[in-house]
Ligand binder design. Structure first.
Ligand code: HGY
Ligand code: MN
Ligand code: MN
Length: 432
């Protein structure tokens, strides 16, 4: 075993979280969209910190970044590893901990456990998870598992019309991604994921309310994201009588409230959100003739999610028909709810009990990279630490240093135990 050249402490974790948060666009909170210049700077900074810790940092063709023992050869066939990490991107005006905590934890765990155990531990920063730039269904995790296709590189466009291919190419020119493989499957596995552990802030109020130090997550809610286009008639706002109007924005307003009502009627864990509404032409003196509305529903059960989706569509269509407004809807992204590994959750609970850390099993309402790994058959676990007042996707997101360190320590010890046992009891045979 080789000890890391710098001491890994709570102060170091906090200092590096601060440093990582500074790779952000102007404005409140952290804005680090996949493959943008701030993301690239963060990527290079992480590679440099890996080197400080005596680790190699290997990027893949999608810009995912792996932190590992230099003696470990990437893409070596038949050599499974435990991946520990989370995502590097953020939402616009997000917090300092979402994704970043898991990325830094993975980096530090890989350094501390380098050369220990029969199963190597590799840190991971996925390139994209938030869908803030591309609505790509968790591009990072999917690409590193070989589940993203070449067609998506051109089909996925950001709000400026830049394709995923072009954004990735600019990141590659800055040294943050390797060349795409030719053919329909441009992404190949850099490491064979035998297990995946994602340390993350809870982003909700449960752990703080119940005064618990850890959440052992055994299932993750899924979502459906919809773009609705409403077409009415743009008319003079000073002369068009109220009953004669076909106002696309007023119809959208009703749909927004219908979504809220639907989720309230269903009760937890049903959730519905209208995240964006854009009216055209967007003037004081014109009745809006067109409107784009973004809607999202979430649920931890697949049938619950399907029911929410169909009922929301039914209510929106009825509103549009009553108002004489055209209505077209498309699903832009979706994640099925994902159960995580019961074996890993049980191992985590055992360790939390041994260490005397107050904890509970819970579901995650937020989506996470771990759900993609789990659905791909990789035993996966999310470990939560408390979020102050449950706030996330906001500059106000906060977890104190002690709670972050407890979670880090716990994940390190869990990974060490799993690595030492070679994954016994958890690791299922991994196909070729
Ligand atoms: O949207 C989500 O649930 C995640 O934070 N990306
Ligand atoms: Mn997030
Ligand atoms: Mn996250």
């Amino acid at each position: 075993m080789t000890p890391p050249p710098i001491e890994i402490t709570s102060a170091l974790l906090s200092e590096w979280l601060d440093a990582l948060s500074r790779f952000s666009a102007e404005g409140p909170g952290v804005t680090r969209l996949a493959f943008d210049e701030h993301w690239c700077q963060a990527h290079r900074w992480l590679a440099a910190r890996a080197a400080d810790l005596g680790l190699a940092a290997t990027a893949d063709a999608a810009g995912n970044l792996f932190f590992h023992d230099p003696a470990l050869v990437p893409a070596a066939p038949g050599s499974p590893v435990i991946l520990v990490g989370s995502h590097l991107d953020s939402v616009a005006s997000g917090g300092r901990f979402d994704g970043a905590y898991g990325v830094l934890s993975g980096l530090l765990v890989a350094a501390e456990l380098r050369g220990r155990g029969t199963l190597p531990v590799v840190g991971l920063a996925t390139c994209e998870e938030e869908e803030s730039r591309f609505h790509g269904n968790l591009l990072g995790a999917r690409s590193l598992l070989g589940l993203a296709s070449a067609a998506e590189l051109d089909a996925l466009l950001d709000s400026d019309g830049v394709s995923w291919r072009r954004a990735l190419e600019s990141a590659r020119l800055r040294g943050c991604a390797t060349a795409l493989a030719p053919g329909a499957s441009p992404f190949t596995a850099t490491f064979r994921a035998a297990m995946m552990i994602e340390p993350h802030i809870e982003q909700g109020p449960v752990l703080e309310t119940e005064r618990l130090g850890l959440g052992v997550v055994d299932r993750v809610a899924g979502y459906r994201r919809l773009r609705a286009i409403l077409s009415g008639e743009a008319r003079h706002s000073g002369t068009t009588p109220m009953p004669a109007r076909r106002d696309a924005l007023a119809a959208a307003a009703e749909m927004i409230l219908a979504a809220e009502t639907l989720a309230m009627e269903n009760g937890p864990p049903a959730l519905a959100t209208a995240g964006s509404v854009r009216a055209r032409p967007g003037l004081f003196n014109v009745v809006p003739g067109a409107c784009e509305l973004w809607l999202e529903v979430r649920h931890v059960e697949l049938d619950g999610l399907a029911r929410l989706l169909s009922e929301l569509e039914r209510r929106c269509k009825a509103i549009a028909a009553r108002r004489g407004v055209g209505f077209a809807i498309e699903q832009v992204s979706s994640q099925a709810p994902a159960p995580l590994s019961p074996d890993l959750a049980a191992a985590a609970e055992r360790l939390a009990e041994e260490q005397g850390i107050a904890h509970r099993r819970m579901a995650s309402g937020a989506a996470h990279d771990a759900m993609v790994f789990a659905r791909a058959g990789v035993p996966s676990l999310l470990v939560f630490v408390p979020s102050r007042r449950g706030i996330s996707h906001s500059p106000e997101e906060f977890t104190d240093a002690g709670a972050l360190w407890t979670g880090y320590h716990f994940v390190r010890d869990l990974a060490a135990r799993l690595a030492a046992g070679g994954g016994t009891g958890v690791l299922r045979p991994v196909g070729p």
